[in-house]
Design a protein around this ligand. Structure first.
Ligand SMILES: NC(=O)c1ccc[n+]([C@@H]2O[C@H](COP(=O)([O-])OP(=O)(O)OC[C@H]3O[C@@H](n4cnc5c(N)ncnc54)[C@H](OP(=O)(O)O)[C@@H]3O)[C@@H](O)[C@H]2O)c1
Length: 392
């Protein structure tokens, strides 16, 4: 399939005043994208981001007031864009709405989230027939979390089979939108959606305690664990096994025999709050606020970090990739910006994609590892664990 060539055109960044959106706008500028349209409901907030971009306020960057919950406002934002980069959420409420508006305006779309709820909505549409592309999950996790192991497998020339163990987590602040997405992805929203748009809580993000075994998901294959000592994590941590839909797609694509994925919680407050979810029926905004505060408290007096550790062990060899960052939001923005430039360069085929399945793993990892504050280490041989962490 051929990609639509768009030149450098206007790139719309929706949610341009958010934590991810403002980092994405800066990353796009640094990648040479001059013409940016930054949108959000609060015009003063996006205008401030536009003014602070490298090069300052110029005619090439515009700040626009837009409400994605109002169809006409969203359509006007997308009109004239080559690519719309969606950094607004929560994605379980936005689903494919921004992508649909972008396609209707003749633009491509990249979404730093979107994930399965957007995919489920958009698969009913002939995206390829529009000649445009939609790239979902163009963030760090999901996103880079699916690209890095593909790169590792390519590097090791793994021809199928083998076992992958993954640990992802860290200590970070949590934005309100991320908090809402986390809550929606695990438990739905008892308060309903004030925007009137349905929340797609029926689309699962994954399954707790599940693991991949011989070509299928196996429920309750692993157990949670507290006080685990893990290589590459500076303090003892709690482990929560979680097989996401992205992890399942990865296991299928690499032909893995086994995949164990652990969410890592160095802080007790976030872990305890997430563990208690499903029992409460408080409105989403209040629950999200509690999650934001719990992350702040876990971080008090400690330095923020996020790690993704991939240990691949196969008949073709063993290797471990360790990615560290002080700011996963910035890395998410870098992945989104990378997907936008790939789209502008015409390397993304028309149609609906997940970023991890359509971006070139080697090229993407090479460029993302150069993001300030990111380290990527590759060691050969399996991870040395003091005990069989998290396994039954
Ligand atoms: N894949 C990953 O690894 C990853 C990592 C981090 C974040 N994310 C995702 O990235 C998205 C943004 O996260 P964030 O931390 O940047 O959130 P944030 O800081 O809360 O920012 C949200 C942005 O969206 C705008 N917005 C909210 N509602 C809007 C609406 N109805 N119409 C137009 N704009 C609206 C906000 O501006 P106004 O309030 O002024 O409208 C703001 O600019 C979320 O979906 C999150 O799940 C993904």
């Amino acid at each position: 399939m051929t990609g639509a060539r768009t030149g450098t055109g206007v790139v719309g960044v929706l949610g341009g005043s958010g934590v991810v959106g403002r980092a994405a706008a800066r990353a796009l500028r640094e990648l040479g994208v001059e013409r940016l349209r930054l949108g959000g409901r609060r015009l003063d907030a996006v205008a401030a981001v536009a003014a602070a971009l490298p090069g300052g306020t110029d005619r090439a960057s515009r700040a626009v007031a837009v409400d994605l919950d109002a169809a006409a406002s969203l359509a006007a934002f997308c009109a004239g864009c080559s690519v719309v980069l969606n950094c607004a959420g929560p994605s379980y409420r936005v689903r494919g709405r921004v992508a649909l508006a972008a396609l209707a305006a003749g633009a491509h779309c990249v979404d730093v989230a979107g994930d399965d709820p957007a995919y489920e909505q958009l698969r009913a549409v002939d995206v390829a027939g529009t000649g445009r592309s939609v790239v979902l999950s163009a963030g760090m996790l999901p996103g880079l979390s699916g690209l890095l192991p593909r790169w590792l497998a390519q590097r090791q020339q793994v021809g199928g089979g083998g076992r992958l163990t993954v640990w992802t987590g860290g200590l970070e602040r949590c934005s309100r939108t991320v908090a809402a997405d986390l809550l929606l992805s695990v438990g739905g929203d008892p308060s309903g959606d004030p925007s009137g748009h349905p929340t797609d809580a029926t689309v699962p993000f994954g399954e707790s305690l599940a693991a991949w075994r011989q070509g299928r998901r196996v429920s309750r294959a692993l157990r949670a664990q507290d006080g685990a000592e893990l290589p590459y994590f500076p303090t003892s941590v709690s482990l929560q096994p979680y097989l996401s839909t992205e992890a399942e797609r990865l296991a299928r694509a690499l032909g893995l025999d086994e995949l164990d994925w652990f969410n890592v919680f160095p802080g007790r407050r976030v872990r305890d709050l997430l563990a208690a979810l499903g029992t409460g029926r408080e409105p989403l905004a209040e629950a999200a606020e509690r999650l934001v505060r719990a992350a702040e408290l876990d971080l008090t007096g400690r330095r923020p970090y996020f790690r993704m550790v991939f240990a691949l062990d196969s008949p073709d060899g063993a290797a471990t990739a360790v990615l560290g960052t002080r700011d996963s939001y910035r890395l998410t923005a870098a992945v989104g910006a990378l997907a936008v430039t790939a789209t502008l360069a015409g390397t993304i085929p028309a149609g609906l994609h997940f970023a991890a399945e359509v971006l070139d793993p080697a090229e993407s990892v090479r460029r993302l590892a150069a993001t300030p504050g990111v380290t990527l280490d590759l060691s050969h041989g399996p991870v040395e664990l003091t005990s069989s962490v998290g396994a039954l």
